[in-house]
Design a binder for this molecule. Structure first.
Ligand SMILES: [Zn+2]
Ligand SMILES: [Zn+2]
Ligand SMILES: [Zn+2]
Length: 748
């Protein structure tokens, strides 16, 4: 068992049934002894796991008969020093229904109080400074409880028994409205004033659970445009917060699975298909069929949305483009003062930043795109115990992972390690997690890429054994670990960039892998990446790279819109870079292939956020014709297969001269990829007998590709494993690194 609220829950369960006995934490878990009439005991045993509080998690449950010892009551017994297992710290979760009812009940003493919480809800992870988890080691330390709150806190029958952030109007934190320079604006109801300003088109920085949000009225086109301009975020979609499920349903298509994820206590941002038409202007998520939607999760959010009567608010992280989210009031004024008109702040400190989580739901299953608030620090349970490892992740969408026994704790989303603020956050997250989880890693795992910040950081650490892990091997191991797989699997690791063992940039890899090692069974053919990182920002360069690779300069004579719109001076320069091998590393990246196809079909020539071209190519898919698919060459090369793209590009060019629409081209491309990958899996099965396939890597954020490939592989007789607990993208990399490193060291 882990999580808070369990002992008082059991106390209530037992005393309600007039059972006597004890509950005690031991090093083996929780021990409960009950005695009383047989029916009551049986009922107790049945209800115990079924009605356990939302923040607890029972991993196993064993019942034995023991002799009666004549207990006269039911007691919570404190354990002997050293014997007690430290209760694991819970994630921050959404306000529960009981607290929500009190929040809007004029007769309740906490009516309208923006920090209402109880044992079953509220902040945890982001207010913890140290362990053990009790009030003095949280940011509630500065708020001594009033007599009424204290009485609730001490009463085992009360919903607020040992609820560390317990507070009320009298004794707890308060909200304040400030202007953009941080000066307090004295008003009777700061939340109502903030709502008025939002209605007038202002932008407000709202202090939340794991950081600041920038809020704007999502139905106000001008306000959304202003937010984009100030935040320097040109087209990357914004998430919107809606007051309830009905409001989400007005805007988006919602099936039962999506609905339950939306309402879950983790309250992630859920990507939902937009209804057409809907009341949200296109500027919120341009060129996208989906909207990121979430429900309020703090009492403050509920008050703002309900009292303000908003249909939807844009709630985007309070930062400038890719910097970490702001968490401290003073820092927020410095960093966000130029972006916002007002600050809606409070005086409960956020000790650790934690961004909103993002998920997509397909075929009733959840896929994590960003695993952060609500999920962290709940561990991923490994199949077996292993030595303690710190795995430092990759470069983009970084997370770290710490293991202890069979628990793998992934950090919150740390982000892209490309600026000084992110480095600071990275080091802070490592230190904080090591402290609150009491883990001293024996092994540090890092990516093979010599230039990653995380790699350099790992190599500077002393006192632990170091293990470098190949990027795509880590993706597949991550998928294997969360699915508790052992032995060899076929792994499709598809993404944008990962450092290969041959020094080239990999990304379209089919591996035969276990935790100890891997063999590269197939990969896309290498093409130059003209200008390195610049080619990632400018997909048209990749289209030229592929076309020149297959057809030389002849492609320039094609009568297609892509060629006609090229800037010839720039094109000549790129061709020279490719031909003379200047700053043009080789890549087998799947992401870059998507970029090239997106550019060639006229969908996107330059991107202003990561994977934009691939996302828009997916969004363009039209399913009007399902007949044709593009084909690839599968060429044997020693003991691997090289996937050739010449037939693909020849077919796209031919379609373009016939004025085929981009939606059909995109569909033929996606379906062609699926068909080819299934063929590769069959070839590997013929040779090795393997039938288990793991799918991982950022390309699987593409819902169409992921769904189709899973379906077709299953139809061809494969057992397919995908990722649900951690992201398939680089946010899940650290889990794979951690298990590989442990196995590597134990083998040596
Ligand atoms: Zn509650
Ligand atoms: Zn109080
Ligand atoms: Zn990757």
């Amino acid at each position: 068992m882990q999580g808070v609220g369990f002992r008082p829950y059991v106390y209530r369960l037992a005393t309600n049934r007039r059972l006597n006995g004890i509950i005690r934490n031991t090093s083996a878990g929780v021990t409960i002894e009950v005695q009383g009439p047989q029916e009551a005991v049986q009922d107790f045993v049945q209800c115990l796991p079924a009605e356990a509080p939302p923040l607890s998690r029972i991993t196993s449950f064993v019942v034995h008969d023991v002799p009666c010892n004549g207990d006269a009551d039911f007691r919570i017994v404190h354990s002997h020093a050293g014997e007690e297992v430290r209760a694991l710290i819970s994630p921050d979760v959404a306000i529960c229904n009981d607290c929500l009812r009190e929040l809007f009940d004029p007769a309740d003493r906490r009516y309208g109080y923006p920090f209402i919480n109880c044992t079953n809800c509220g902040p945890r992870f982001t207010i913890v400074r140290d362990i053990p988890y009790d009030r003095p080691s949280t940011s509630m330390a500065g708020f001594p409880m009033c007599a009424e709150c204290q009485a609730e806190y001490e009463d085992p029958l009360n919903r607020r028994f040992h609820a560390q952030p317990n507070a009320c109007w009298k004794c707890g934190p308060q909200v304040e409205l400030r202007d953009k320079s941080g000066r307090a604006l004295h008003c009777r109801d700061p939340i109502a004033e903030a709502a008025l300003a939002l209605h007038a088109g202002s932008i407000i920085a709202v202090k939340g659970l794991g950081g600041f949000h920038l809020a704007a009225d999502a139905t106000n086109r001008a306000a959304v445009a202003l937010l984009r301009q100030r935040k320097r975020r040109v087209e990357k979609p914004f998430a919107i917060m809606v007051p309830d499920v009905a409001a989400a349903e007005d805007i988006c298509e919602l099936d039962l699975a999506a609905r339950s994820v939306l309402e879950s206590i983790q309250r992630p941002i859920v990507l939902l298909p937009k209804r057409t038409p809907n009341s949200i202007p296109d500027e919120v998520a341009p060129f996208n069929r989906y909207l990121g939607v979430f429900l309020p999760y703090t009492p403050l959010h509920y008050l703002l949305l309900r009292e303000g009567g908003f249909k939807a608010l844009v709630m985007t992280s309070g930062n400038l483009s890719e910097e970490p989210i702001a968490i401290i009031n003073r820092e927020a004024v410095a960093r966000l003062g130029g972006l916002t008109d007002y600050f809606l702040v409070h005086n409960r400190d956020i000790l650790l930043r934690c961004d909103d989580s993002v998920v997509r739901v397909s075929n009733g299953k959840t896929h994590q795109l960003r695993r952060s608030r609500g999920f962290v620090p709940v561990p991923v349970f490994l199949k077996e115990s292993q030595p303690s490892v710190l795995a430092v992740g990759g470069e983009l969408k970084n997370t770290i992972c710490l293991t202890k026994g069979n628990h793998a704790f992934l950090s919150q989303h740390i982000g892209d390690l490309e600026n000084a603020e992110s480095y600071g956050f990275f080091a802070e997250a490592v230190a904080h997690l090591e402290r609150i989880l009491e883990i001293q890693p024996e092994i540090i795992a890092y990516d093979l890429h010599p230039d990653y910040f995380s790699t350099k950081w790992a190599q500077q650490q002393s006192g632990a054994k170091l293990v470098a892990v190949q990027h795509h091997h880590a993706h597949i191991a991550s998928c294997m670990a969360e699915n508790h797989l052992d032995g060899d699997v076929i792994g499709f690791a598809l993404d944008g960039t990962g450092y290969g063992t041959d020094g080239h940039i990999w990304g379209g890899e089919v591996l035969i892998a276990d935790y100890r090692g891997f063999k590269r069974a197939a990969h896309f053919e290498y093409v130059p990446l003209p200008g390195g990182a610049a080619a990632i920002r400018e997909p048209w360069r990749m289209a030229i790279s592929y076309l020149a690779h297959h057809f030389g300069r002849d492609f320039l004579r094609q009568e297609i819109p892509f060629v006609r719109q090229l800037d010839m001076a720039k094109t000549t320069l790129i061709l020279r870079m490719i031909e003379q091998n200047i700053n043009s590393p080789l890549t087998s990246s799947c992401g870059r292939l998507f970029d090239a196809v997106a550019a060639l079909t006229g969908i996107r020539q330059e991107v202003n956020y990561e994977a934009q071209a691939a996302i828009e190519l997916e969004m363009a898919i039209s399913c009007s014709d399902r007949q044709n698919t593009y084909s690839f060459e599968i060429m044997p090369d020693e003991d691997t297969w090289i996937i050739g793209t010449r037939p693909l590009f020849a077919a796209i060019m031919s379609d373009l001269t016939k004025h085929a629409n981009p939606g059909d081209i995109s569909r033929r491309f996606h379906d062609g990829l699926v068909k080819m990958f299934v063929r590769i899996a069959e070839l590997i099965r013929q040779k090795t007998g393997l039938i288990r396939v793991c799918l991982s890597g950022g390309t699987f954020n593409n819902a169409y590709l992921a769904q189709q490939l899973e379906l077709r592989l299953a139809a061809a007789g494969f057992e397919v494993f995908t990722q649900h607990e951690v992201p398939a993208g680089d946010g899940g990399l650290s889990l794979g690194q951690a298990v590989i490193a442990a196995k590597t060291i134990s083998r040596n």
